[in-house]
Ligand binder design. Sequence first.
Ligand SMILES: NC(=O)c1ccc[n+]([C@@H]2O[C@H](COP(=O)([O-])OP(=O)(O)OC[C@H]3O[C@@H](n4cnc5c(N)ncnc54)[C@H](O)[C@@H]3O)[C@@H](O)[C@H]2O)c1
Length: 384
Amino acid sequence: MKEVGAAGQEKVWPVCVEASQRWVSLAIDSHVGAWGDISNNAVEAGDIIMKLLITGMAGFIGYSLARRLSGQGHHIVGVDNLNDYYDVSLKEARLAQLAGCDDISFVKLDLASRDDMASLFERYRFDRVVHLAAQAGVRYSLDNPHAYVDANLVGHLNVLEGCRHHGVDHLVYASSSSVYGMNSRTPFSTHDSVDHPVSLYAATKKANELMSHTYSHLYGLPTTGLRFFTVYGPWGRPDMALFKFTKAILEGKPIEIYNHGDMSRDFTYIDDIVEGIVRLLEVIPQPDDAWDPAVGTPDSSRAPYAIYNIGHGSPVGLMDFVRAIEVAVGRPAECQYLPMQPGDVPRTYADTRALFDVTGFAPQVRVEEGIRRFVAWYRDYHGV
Ligand SMILES: NC(=O)c1ccc[n+]([C@@H]2O[C@H](COP(=O)([O-])OP(=O)(O)OC[C@H]3O[C@@H](n4cnc5c(N)ncnc54)[C@H](O)[C@@H]3O)[C@@H](O)[C@H]2O)c1
């Protein structure tokens, strides 16, 4: 796997291709734009329900979504640039988990490359797009602002353009609870305005919502933005608290507790996030000519546009979170208490009524259970 792109070239990279009669094999060494041998005719000859693009498929949520959707009759194309924001081997290991899925193919490319993205959309003519690739992380945005503009703004525009020019019937994309910024009214509601971000990361996510609304309005592209609340679980991100705390506790190292422990997060288990995405993919926003801007809320529009929170809806105090990890790991944590970090918010809490109203689904997994599953995965994955 590490050979992929090793020559500095982006390549079409089959996660799994030849096993299926439905697929012709991709030429491994083809440049993006040349696209090897995959034939749309071959794709359409099968009983494909839909052609689906997942951006950020080597990432935590993208991988988990691909795994969930595989085997349901879709042709899934995943893209990712496998950047080194965190350990690339974890991204490769996630992709390796998908290696047995003959309905998934993978293309290594950078969303910020306008030409490569245009070729991707031209080639596959997706029915639906789940856009999860982004430069994530609040703290990293303080020192690396340009990474956020490239991936989150230029990348999002390239996704919107692809959808616009190829008649995609639904774009679902990742926003974030961080857009709530300075909002203090809880639970955080999509009915409230979110005009006071406190990090560039949050500002790019809010910008994604605004850009999407414009495309919904101008081109009738149905878009659904999903504000995820602190996602955790097996195959999770090494830059996030659960991963860092578990690692440190197991290694007998101290953990950093920000704002002296006076923080809370609405932790949401990965399976619940994925279930929310899968259900909302089927809820395609419709234009509403009767929409009145004088009374309409920010999550609605005359255009086919929607915004939802996906969160557990029950904030957990940071020290309760640490105690649950101690129980799961079976060792005490050594805590180092630090002030609030720039760009951070003290608490998050999702109002998930709208999600339930349209899908009948509410996130289920309690944080103690989710942590237990994560720690079991972490020990197994790292052999510790
Ligand atoms: N995990 C959370 O708690 C959380 C919370 C709120 C929002 N989100 C959002 O959900 C989405 C998925 O998050 P995640 O936790 O899976 O993050 P992740 O970092 O694990 O996954 C993102 C993937 O996108 C890829 N990527 C980044 N820039 C790219 C580019 N320019 N071209 C191609 N690929 C690129 C990365 O390599 C990575 O594999 C992101 O948009 C993130 O901002 C996540």
